[in-house]
Write a protein of this length. Structure first.
Lengths: 114, 116
């Protein structure tokens, strides 16, 4: 079955530290991949997406993600965390062959402490 | 542009009551979606509508019905609410499947529903 796995439901980093949020998907065919961010009591906002044009994708707010086919991964990184990055992050996948239906991971809540 | 709007923002129901969640988008998108968000489970698709006049079941459709009233509006109805339907509900719409914004879904602010 097609699935998306986010490792770590909670991640805590210090302000200024590297942020690494992990996402793996199950598919033999590279899908479209997305990272969304959800701030408290708000809807989801698109951070970035991979659509096969380039393996390293840059998004908003200094985030980027690298698609690694051999590892079926699309991990999200940011070199230096800011307090405003505290939110929940969702990896989502659209598998090829289907309608534009996204499958979401369970989410990772990022906490940033001083 | 308001993007995707949802009403109400909050709702408390008693078991067995019915209600309709409203969603509208002003981005001229063909496709619209309803999700529910539960802790530790991410978002799960309830129903979607590829275009005006069509609707299809998603991952968790039981207990829900939808209506695509026109291109702008997509409503979700709970005919007989159950405590298991306590959740946060999100509506989304998506851009065309080609071009720079292909496949991107845009989300509303959500409706927090509690069923007692």
């Amino acid at each position: 079955a097609q699935s998306v796995t986010q490792l770590g439901s909670h991640v805590s980093v210090s302000e200024g530290a590297l942020v690494l949020l992990r996402c793996n998907y199950s598919s033999s065919v590279p899908p479209y991949l997305f990272w969304y961010v959800q701030y408290p009591n708000q809807g989801l906002q698109l951070l970035l997406k991979y659509t096969s044009a380039a393996t390293l994708v840059k998004g908003i707010n200094g985030f980027e993600a690298e698609f690694k086919k051999s590892e079926t991964s699309f991990h999200l990184t940011k070199p230096s965390a800011h307090m405003s990055d505290a939110a929940e992050y969702f990896c989502a996948v659209r598998f090829s062959g289907g309608y534009n239906k996204l499958i979401f991971g369970a989410g990772t809540r990022l906490a940033v402490h001083p | 542009n308001a993007g995707v709007t949802q009403t109400p923002k909050f709702q408390v129901l008693k078991t067995g009551q019915s209600m309709t969640l409203q969603c509208a988008q002003d981005m001229n998108h063909n496709s619209m979606y309803w999700y529910r968000q539960d802790p530790g489970m991410g978002l799960r698709l309830i129903y979607y509508s590829a275009s005006e006049g069509t609707t299809d079941k998603g991952e968790v459709p039981n207990g829900y019905n939808v209506s695509r009233l026109n291109k702008r509006e997509f409503s979700l109805r709970l005919e007989s609410a159950a405590p298991s339907q306590t959740s946060v509900y999100f509506c989304a719409s998506s851009a065309p499947t080609s071009g720079l914004y292909a496949d991107t879904q845009y989300f509303g602010p959500g409706t927090r529903l509690t069923v007692l």
